[in-house]
Design a protein around this ligand. Sequence first.
Ligand SMILES: O=C(O)[C@H](O)[C@@H](O)[C@H](O)[C@H](O)COP(=O)(O)O
Length: 318
Amino acid sequence: MSTSMSVSVSAAASSSLPPLARRRSPPASRVPFRSLRSLPRLLSSARTLLRPAAAMATDGAAPAASSKRGLLIFEAEEDLAESLAMYTAELSEKFAAERGAFTVVVSGGSLIKALRKLAEPPYLETVDWSKWHVFWVDERVVPKDHADSNYKLAYDGLLSKVPIPAGQVYAINDALSAEGAADDYETILRQLVKNGVLAMSAATGFPKFDVMLLGMGPDGHIASLFPGHPLVNEKQKWVAHITDSPKPPPERITFTFPVINSSAYVAMVVIGAGKAGAVQKALSDKKTSDLLPVEMAVLQDGEFTWFADQEAVSMVRN
Ligand SMILES: O=C(O)[C@H](O)[C@@H](O)[C@H](O)[C@H](O)COP(=O)(O)O
C-alpha cells in the first residue's frame, strides 16, 4: 500500500486503535457503517483503514462519490468471525426495517465457516430470519447434495441452523445444464425485482442486493469470475454460465460484475497467507491493465469492506 494514498482511520474506533491511528480523524463522509449502531464494538478488535472508493476506480466506470471502501484487519480469525456476524446482523436489521426484506448473497469456499457465529447466540435469536432471502454469487452445476455444491456447503454450515423460510433460499435448478441453470436463476431474480423483494439500482439498471458476503481465491478470483477469462467482461447478463472454470468443477453459474458492482454492501472475507499476494495487488494504488477480478469489484454506490486476518495482509506495506 503506498503511503501517498488517501487513508483514514475511523474516529469511532479510536479507543481501541494504536496510538498512530488515534491521531488521525477522517471526515465523517469517509466512515462506513455510520448508520450502524455498534460501530465501536464492530471495530474494537480490528485495525481499520478507510478510503473513498473513487481512488480505486480502474476502467472508467467511476463509482459515485458516496461509494466507500474499508479494510478491517483482525489478529484472530475468531474476532473476524464475530465482527462479520455483527456486520451482517446489523445490515439485516437495517434492511428489514427499510425494505421489509434482506437480500443476502453468499459465495462458497471458506466464507461459510466465517459466518458460523450467525447461527449462535445472540444472533440466532435476535436476527429476524423471516426477512432473509439468500442467493449464491456462484454455484457449481452439481446436484444439491453433492460434496461440491455451494448450496450444500451453506446449508450444512449455516442455513440448516437458522429459521429462514425455505422458499426464500434460492438454490439453482440442478436438473438443468449450466446454461439453463444460469438463465433460470436470472429469471428468478427478475421475478423478485418485479415483486419488490429485490431492489434495482437506478444508477446501473442492474439488481441491487443488500449485501454480498464473498470470499476470494488465491488467484484473485471472486464468484466464478477468473483472471483472464472473458466472463469478467460480461456487461449484459445478470447471471452467466461457465463450462471451463479453472477451479474445479468446470461447470458453474456466476453473477456478473454489473450485478456485483451494483450491491449496497460487499464484505470481502480473506483469511490466510494464501490470499496475501492477491490482497497486496488489490490494495495497491498502482493499477495495471492486468486487473485481478477482485480489483474489478468497484461498487457504483455502496460500501465495500475487506475483512482480513493478519496473514492475508502480510504482504501489504504500511
Ligand atoms: O464456488 C466457488 O468456488 C466459490 O464460491 C469461490 O468463488 C470461492 O468463494 C473462492 O474460491 C474463495 O474460496 P476460499 O475462500 O475457499 O479460498
